[in-house]
Design a protein. Structure first.
Length: 285
C-alpha cells in the first residue's frame, strides 16, 4: 500500500519519493491492451522524455498519468500518494497536461488563454485575485509572449502559439507538467527554442517535466532521462548517453543507425544508415 504524504511544497522538499511514479500499469481500450506492466519515475528539476514508434503507448501513458484514462491494474503515485486518493481539483493544482495539437477558441487573446491556467485555483468563493494576475504575467514573461498579450492566439505563428500554451500550463503553477509532442509540426530552429524553454522551466523553476517526443536527437539533446517504449512496454530507460545506442535503436525503432557523441556536449547523436535493410527486408528510411 502506498504511503500518503502531505501535499505541500515544504513536505515535498524533504520527501524521498519521486514526484511522479508509475507502478506496473496495464491499460487498454476495450479488449485491446496498450500498456503492459509499465513502471518508471520522474524526478524534480528534470525532463523525462518518452520516445518510441507510433502506437507504442506513449500518449496513452501520458493520459493515464493525467488520470484521463483509468488503468486496468497498477497504480500512479503523486509525491508518494496514490492519485486515486487525491481530489481532482487538488491534482490539477499539482499536475498540468498539455495535449497534442491544442486549439484555442476563435478570437481568444493570449492573455485570456494563459489565464485559463488559473481555473484549478478558483472556486465560487475565490474568484480572480492579484495572485492570479501575477501568475499570468509571470508565465507570459518566462515564455516571452508578454508582448503578444492582446493578440488573438490563432493569428500567431506555430512556435508563438506553442509558447502561449506552455505559458498557460505554467500559469497553473503545478510541480509536474506533462506535454504530448510539444514540438510536432515545428521547424528545427523552433523545436530547439521550445525545448530550451522547457529545459529552463525544469531546472530554473524546479519543475518535473514528462514529454512525449518523436525526434530522437532532440530528446537526446535535452532530456535528463529517456524512456524508450515499444508495443506498450518500456524497453530501455536512463540518461541519454547510456540509453541511446545502435542496439537500442534497432530493438525499439527497427532502425539501423550509427550513434556518435556530440563533440561539445558528449550527448548521443543518431545518424541513420542509408541503403541498409533491417530484419525482414524493409529498407531503413
Amino acid at each position: 500500500m502506498l504511503q500518503k504524504v502531505s501535499l505541500n511544497r515544504a513536505s515535498d522538499a524533504a520527501a524521498a519519493d519521486p514526484d511522479l511514479a508509475c507502478h506496473d500499469l496495464c491499460v487498454g481500450y476495450g479488449a485491446q491492451p496498450i500498456l503492459k506492466d509499465v513502471s518508471f519515475t520522474a524526478m524534480r528539476g528534470q525532463i523525462t522524455a518518452l520516445v518510441g514508434p507510433n502506437g507504442c503507448g506513449k500518449s496513452t501513458l501520458l493520459k493515464t498519468m493525467a488520470r484521463i484514462l483509468k488503468p486496468e491494474s497498477g497504480s500512479i503515485s503523486l509525491f508518494g500518494t496514490d492519485i486515486t486518493q487525491i481530489a481532482t481539483r487538488k491534482i490539477a493544482q499539482r499536475m498540468a497536461l498539455l495535449p497534442q495539437g491544442p486549439v484555442a477558441p476563435e478570437g481568444l487573446t493570449v492573455r485570456e488563454l494563459v489565464a485559463q491556467g488559473r481555473f484549478p485555483h478558483q472556486t465560487l468563493l475565490r474568484q480572480w485575485t492579484r495572485e492570479d494576475a501575477r501568475a499570468v504575467d509571470d508565465a507570459m514573461a518566462v515564455t516571452h509572449v508578454a508582448d503578444l498579450a492582446d493578440r488573438p492566439v490563432m493569428a500567431l505563428s506555430g512556435g508563438q502559439r506553442q509558447r502561449c500554451w506552455i505559458a498557460m500550463v505554467l500559469a497553473q503553477q503545478t510541480d509536474i507538467i506533462l506535454l504530448d509532442e510539444p514540438t510536432t509540426f515545428l521547424d528545427l530552429r523552433v523545436q530547439v527554442d521550445i525545448m530550451t524553454l522547457l529545459r529552463d522551466i525544469a531546472r530554473q523553476r524546479n519543475r518535473t517535466l514528462v514529454v512525449v517526443l518523436h525526434e530522437l536527437n532532440i530528446a537526446a539533446a535535452f532530456a535528463d532521462k529517456i524512456v524508450m517504449m515499444r508495443d506498450g512496454q518500456i524497453v530501455q530507460e536512463g540518461p541519454p548517453d547510456s540509453t541511446v545506442s545502435a542496439t537500442a535503436l534497432r530493438a525499439v525503432f527497427d532502425l539501423d543507425a550509427q550513434v556518435i557523441a556530440d563533440p561539445e556536449t558528449g550527448r548521443p547523436v543518431c545518424i541513420p544508415r542509408t541503403g541498409r535493410v533491417v530484419d525482414g527486408g524493409l529498407p531503413v528510411a
